[in-house]
Every structure is written in C-alpha cells, then in structure tokens.
Design a protein around this ligand. Structure first.
Ligand code: URA
Length: 215
C-alpha cells in the first residue's frame, strides 16, 4: 500500500501511534521460526524439503501428499490459489479439478499454456475436513502463516514479473489482510515485495457466478 502511495507521489502518511507500536511487537515464535533451516540452492531442493514438511500435524495426518506447485520455474507469471482440493491432493498437482480446468481454459484464452506459467497455492496441503472426500474448507490464518515461508522461497527462486492472486484467500494471505475485499480489489494493481500483484476472482467462484462482468 505504501509503495503504491509513493508511486502516486505521496510523501507523508499519518499513522496512529498505537497502531504503529504494534509493528514493534515481537512476532510469536511460531511465525518467525524458519521452516527449512538448511539453505536451499534450487527449487528441486526446496520442493524436496517441502514434500517432507510436518509442521501442521493435522494436515500431515489427512493429506495424501504435499502439493508444491507446477509449471515453469522461471515463469514471468505466477498464479497463486488457496489450497489443494481433493483431486489436487490425489494427483500432487494444484488446480487439476473443475476449478483447475477453468483456470487452464482462462490461460488458453490468454494464449498461455499451463507449462509456461507457474501455479501454486498459499497452503501446500489440502485442508482437512470431517468428510475428507468431498468437503472443502478455507485454510485458517494460522495454517497460512505456518506455510507461507514455502511460498516466499518459491517466489524468491521464480522471481516472477507478475503475481496473479486467485481469490480473496490468496489475496489476503499474500498481502496479509484479514478479510480482503476481493470485489473491490480485483482488477487493480497491488504490490507484493516489490512484485506487481493482480487480484482476481477465484476460478471456483466463477464456476458458480460466471457472468461477463465477473470474468
Ligand atoms: N485447487 C487448487 O490447487 N487451489 C485452489 O485454490 C483451488 C483448487
């Protein structure tokens, strides 16, 4: 937000001192503890470490596998979704279910193949549900905070020119917003660690609310 303001020529902001002081509070140890203490030199190394991640015991117990990401590791465009669904968990690849098919069609409409871009999620494991086969639940803030280091490191390796955040959960996870107003934010540029970020509706939302305006 501040980078956006600076780009628009704004040089001063008024900040409530009480809010500012929150920034100086130390983060809970859970949030600052690095996931993979060993330095990773490459994406394959990072992937190998992520595939063995055991940070969220409940997800380790319920997942079939970690869904790390797929595509071109030097892609210009990175697509970030929410979390793997049942089909993605079974295949070990993000966006292979119905929402994924729509995403693939959207890419084709932009003259892009899945292999040209990189596709991943905020959360690398399928969120567990009481009825594991069909149900869906959004990742919790705690799960996203625990997992976010993997995504940060992926982004460091890929160095995309643009990030497309698919849906309000991805937008909220990347921009650290509790309740991202996706309808307001979509179609306007934001910045994630200096990288232009475009929020869009999630393909799963479009499956149910496919209007020309939403598309
Ligand atoms: N499949 C994914 O990999 N991510 C989503 O956000 C939805 C479905």
């Amino acid at each position: 937000y501040l980078e956006g303001e600076r780009a628009r020529g704004q040089r001063h902001v008024n900040v409530d001192p009480a809010k500012l002081s929150v920034l100086f509070r130390p983060l809970p140890p859970m949030l600052v503890k690095p996931i993979a203490p060993a330095e990773c030199q490459s994406m394959p190394e990072l992937r190998a470490q992520a595939l063995a991640c055991t940070r969220c015991e409940h997800l380790v117990a319920s997942r079939k596998q970690v869904v790390f990401g797929v595509g071109n590791e030097a892609a210009d465009i990175l697509f970030v979704g929410e979390a793997p669904g049942a089909d993605d968990d079974a295949r070990g690849e993000p966006f292979v279910g119905a929402a994924g098919e729509l995403l693939t069609r959207m890419l084709k409409a932009m003259d892009l193949a899945r292999e040209e871009v990189y596709i991943t999620n905020i959360l690398k494991c399928r969120p567990d549900t009481p009825n594991q086969r069909n149900d869906h639940r959004a990742p919790t803030a705690h799960e996203m905070a625990t997992c976010s280091d993997w995504l940060h490191r992926q982004i460091d390796f890929i160095q995309p020119k643009v990030i497309v955040a698919l849906g309000k959960v991805a937008v909220g996870g990347l921009l650290e917003m509790e309740n991202a107003p996706i309808t307001k934010m979509r179609g306007t540029w934001h910045t994630y660690r200096g990288i232009p970020l475009m929020p869009t509706f999630h393909p799963a939302y479009l499956l149910h609310k496919e209007t020309m305006q939403n598309k």
